[in-house]
Design a protein around this ligand. Structure first.
Ligand code: PMP
Length: 295
């Protein structure tokens, strides 16, 4: 993630990552009380560095912080500029960008009156690889939305994600699929999901999932491509009658599934509507212009 040359942005200053330190007496370390974002930048077809959906991500960071009653010190514009500065200082174009808002020394459960904001960048290949995934239905469910603010990207929620990933990988799978507290399929540890049946896409409705920015992008791409999409409540049994499925997220991008548990998706990935979404997403993030029709 970093070496002796890497820099990060910490509350207005570009600093060497290796020289920065954090407080060991804070709620963020002890109780998982911090919020973060996962963002990507791309080298576009025209050769520029472009942070994909920058406004959406930093607006969500602000919503996550305020939802958790954390003081929030910056505007979206300031943090986007800071992110471009860190990318440039680290000489990165295709990169992952990780802002975190965390608290000062405070071992109580009382609110903080200040917060710190850090922005880190590093190179990262697609988070779930580029091969079709063998997915396992997790024994872990997503947190009950009445016990957590599940629409906030809060660090502590990710213990649930880590447990589900460990379980799946421990059993020889590539990734987990978690259900919600009612047993309906919900999302992966760090990505939303869609499945395809008879040329239509289906995705779990919002309410018990993190409503991802990539999920919203996929909904737009499907509309552009004329692929019908339904949002609803689906059971693991529904998924096992599907033709194809994929995860989507900023880090994962759009990545198809080979199987769920012992059910192998019957349609070859290259013949799916999902594959068209994957290609359209790859083109969109690098701002590839559609080929002009020649008459
Ligand atoms: N669900 C969870 C639990 C996640 O951690 C992520 C990654 N932020 C997503 C879905 C996908 O969200 P996005 O498309 O905004 O990256």
């Amino acid at each position: 993630y970093y070496n002796e040359h890497t820099v990060l942005w910490l509350d207005g200053k570009i600093l060497k990552a290796a020289d920065t330190k954090t407080d060991l007496y804070g709620q963020s370390l002890h109780y998982g009380y911090s919020v973060f974002e996962g963002i990507r930048s791309y080298r576009t077809a025209a050769g520029k560095t472009k942070i994909f959906k920058a406004i959406e991500h930093f607006d969500r960071l602000q919503r996550s912080a305020t939802t958790l009653n954390m003081p929030y010190r910056y505007t979206t514009e300031e943090l986007i500029k800071a992110s471009y500065d860190v990318l440039e200082s680290n000489n990165l174009q295709d990169a992952y960008i990780r802002p975190v808002v965390y608290g000062p020394a405070n071992m109580s459960f009382n609110p903080n009156t200040e917060s710190f904001t850090v922005i880190q960048t590093w190179e990262m290949a697609p988070f779930l690889g580029e091969k079709l995934l063998r997915v396992m239905t997790s024994s872990f469910q997503r947190p009950n939305p009445k016990g957590f603010k599940i629409e906030a990207k809060a660090a502590g929620h990710y213990v649930n994600s880590i447990m589900a990933s460990h379980e799946a990988k421990g059993k020889g799978f590539d990734e987990a699929l978690l259900t919600d507290m009612n047993g309906f399929i919900a999302e992966g540890p760090g990505a939303n999901m869609f499945f395809e049946k008879a040329g239509r896409l289906h995705t779990p409705a919002t309410g018990n999932i993190l409503p991802g920015i990539t999920r919203a992008t996929v909904l737009e791409l499907a509309e552009d491509l004329g692929i019908p999409v339904e949002q609803g409540q689906y059971t693991p049994a529904d998924l096992k009658q599907a033709d194809a499925a994929f995860f989507c997220g900023t880090a994962a991008e759009v990545i198809g599934w080979h199987s769920i548990d012992d059910y192998t998706f019957p349609i070859s990935w290259k013949d799916t509507q999902s594959r068209k979404i994957q290609q359209a997403y790859k083109d969109l993030v690098i701002e590839k212009q559609p080929k002009l029709e020649t008459i």
